[in-house]
Design a protein around this ligand. Structure first.
Ligand SMILES: [Zn+2]
Length: 375
């Protein structure tokens, strides 16, 4: 799996206690070699700006932890003993990740630290509304038991608004949850670090980390409703109420259909899976027109936030029967027609390539960001 590194603006290295310096040095070495760069200790010293002695100490510590491994020797035209290369050991630890955003059940994966899936499992959600947290915790527990290596952390991708720093699901109407302290529950029960994040944020971060997504990117998820997530300068935007990206209930047509929220013409009354599937069933001969109309509505709705944030890439995710390349093209053309100017270049719009694992993979990437600071 191809990986790209995200920006490193998240860290604040200003307070330099000894433990911080140690962590900073470990992070610098891991970032230099993640996911598959092999280099000598001397090269690492040059890349990180650390002294040769510090570099050797940190590398020795990381080798002891299993995160770094020694490989072959460097080909060098210079005489003398060739330098031994070190690289990242992606198999040294695993991450267990669960996506609970799908209506039909929970989807779980166990991956290595490169995001390669080693194990997968699924479990139907028996008792909806509210979903029992013990069902999620026990599913995570079973995944952890199937890990091939020590587990760095567990992660859950959930629908709804989430305080991702605290791991609290603030409101997830589809699960019947309010203020569920899921990360704390997982930590207590499993004795492992836990990350809980919104499913669209996860899918977005997966595109960034595992599919060469841009640092300034938006992901729109066409599902039962419509949600979005945004990455600015490599950081997932959370917003004042942890609700950034909740664009489904923004009115785009004053005379539009009545929405469940009480308003008329919300974006998701015009662009969502059930609405589009119903329209296609009504006009089977005009499927492409239905999808193109939806793409144009979506493109117009996204033009302003795209320009406002100077987003360079938009990813449209959703079931293939409605979200196809044709829709992505119409979204792209609509946005570019509306936004392009001498200040703003062409915006790239594409469909998600990560399939059904996207949210769970993004949750894995959040664990690596939080625990190793390498993404
Ligand atoms: Zn609404």
């Amino acid at each position: 799996m191809a990986l790209t590194r995200t920006s490193h603006t998240r860290d604040d290295y200003s307070a330099a206690a000894p433990s911080d310096i140690r962590q900073r040095n470990r992070t610098a070495v891991l970032r230099a070699i993640y996911p598959n760069v092999w280099c000598s200790r001397a090269e690492l010293s040059r890349i990180t700006g650390m002294s040769k002695v510090s570099t050797s100490d940190v590398v020795a510590e990381l080798i002891q932890d299993g995160l770094v491994t020694e490989g072959g020797y460097q080909n060098s035209p210079k005489p003398g003993k060739p330098a031994l290369l070190v690289g990242f050991n992606a198999r040294s630890m695993n991450v267990a990740s669960v996506d609970i955003s799908e209506a039909d059940g929970m989807r779980g994966i166990v991956t290595d630290l490169a995001g390669d899936v080693l194990e997968r499992d699924q479990e139907p959600i028996v008792e909806h509304m509210p979903l029992r947290t013990t069902q999620v915790v026990e599913f995570c527990e079973r995944l952890v038991a199937r890990a091939h290596a020590p587990v760095l952390g567990v992660a859950v991708a959930t629908p709804g608004t989430v305080d991702e720093r605290e791991g609290v699901v603030l409101a997830a109407p589809n699960l019947g949850w309010t203020d569920v302290e899921l990360a704390a529950l997982l930590r207590d029960r499993l004795g492992l670090e836990a990350t809980v994040a919104n499913d669209a944020d996860c899918a977005l971060f997966a595109e960034r980390c595992f599919a060469q997504g841009s640092e300034n990117m938006m992901l729109v998820q066409v599902a039962k409703g419509l949600g979005a997530a945004m990455l600015i300068g490599g950081n997932v935007v959370q917003g004042a109420d942890h609700a950034a990206g909740e664009i489904g209930h923004v009115v785009v047509d004053d005379d539009g259909p009545q929405c469940v929220c009480g308003k008329r013409g919300c974006l998701e009354t015009l662009v969502s899976t059930p609405v589009l599937e119903r329209r296609i069933a009504q006009e089977p001969g005009h499927r492409d027109d239905v999808v193109a109309d939806a793409g144009a509505i979506l493109g117009r709705a996204l033009a302003m936030p795209v320009a406002m944030s100077n987003i360079s890439e938009v990813i449209v995710a959703g079931p293939e029967d409605v979200v196809d390349d044709g829709m992505a093209r119409v979204v792209r053309d609509t946005i570019n027609d509306m936004v392009r100017s001498r200040f703003i270049g062409a915006v790239n719009v594409r469909r998600s390539q990560l399939g059904a694992d996207a949210a769970a993979l993004g949750a894995v990437a959040f664990v690596m960001r939080d625990q190793l600071r390498i993404l």
